[in-house]
Design a protein around this ligand. Sequence first.
Ligand code: ZN
Ligand code: ZN
Length: 273
Amino acid sequence: MTTTNKMSKTTICSTCGTQLLAEPEIPSFCPICTDDRQYIPESGQQWTLPNELEHCNIKITQLNEHVYALKIQPDFAIAQRALLLISPGGNILWDCIPYLDKPTIDFIRSKGGLKAIAFSHPHYYSNMNDWATEFNCPIYIHQNDAEWVPFIIPHVKLWSGDSLQLWDGLSIVHIGGHFAGSCVLHITGITPNGTLLCGDTFNIARSKRHMAIMYSYPNIILLTKDEFAKAYQKASRLNFDTVYGAFENQDIEGNAMEIFKASMQRYKDGYGL
Ligand SMILES: [Zn+2]
Ligand SMILES: [Zn+2]
C-alpha cells in the first residue's frame, strides 16, 4: 500500500471501477480484476480517466424512509449501487460507486452529509478517497482486507474483530466468505427486526427467493466447506427482516430472515453440515 493525497494522478479500472494510482505510471493490470473473484475482459485491461465519466449522472432512489440507493447512469464497471443510510446520529455510505458529481454532493449535504463510509469488501472501493475527502469522514475497512486497499489516505480506518459498533444501534459485522474481510451493516430501528446492507457478502437472487454466498459470483466459484461454515456461524447470529443488496432490485423487505434460513439450509445440505 502507498500513502498519498488527492492531488495524485489516478486512473479507474473500466471493469471493476477501482481507482488506482496512475503515477509514476498506469499499472499493467488491475489487481482486483486479476484475482480469481473478478476477470480481465477478453479485450484486455481497459482504463478510464476520472474526467471521462463526466457524461454520467447518479440516479438516487429512495428504498425506504431511511435508505437511498445511488447508482451511476449509464452503467459503468460492475454497476453496483451505494446505499446511503440517513440516521439521526450521522449518515453512513455503505459501499461506493466510482463517480461523484455536484448534484449528488448537494443531495447528501442536504441530508446532513456523511459521518462515515463503510465497506462490505474490496470490489466496491471505487474512488472512495474522493468521497471521504469531499465529506471529510472516515472510511471503515476490515483489517482482513487491508492488502486490497490500493492506496491509503488518512481517512482509512482499518478495524479488526467480529463487529464495530457505531452509533444509533448501527454495527459493521464481519462475516468473511466472499473476501476474508467481507462485512454487512446491521441497522436497528428502521424495520421491526433489523435491516442488513449486505454488499456481496450475500448475493440476492433475481427471484428474491434465495441469498447466495460464494467465493466468486461472476466466475461461479463456491466457498470451501470450511469457509462457508465459518461465515454461516457468524451470519446466523444476526437478526433482520429486510436486506438490501449491492445491485438494483436486490431488496427483500419483511421476510428476509425466512429466505436467509432456507438459502443457508441448501448450502448446509450441499456441504453435508
Ligand atoms: Zn479492476
Ligand atoms: Zn464482490
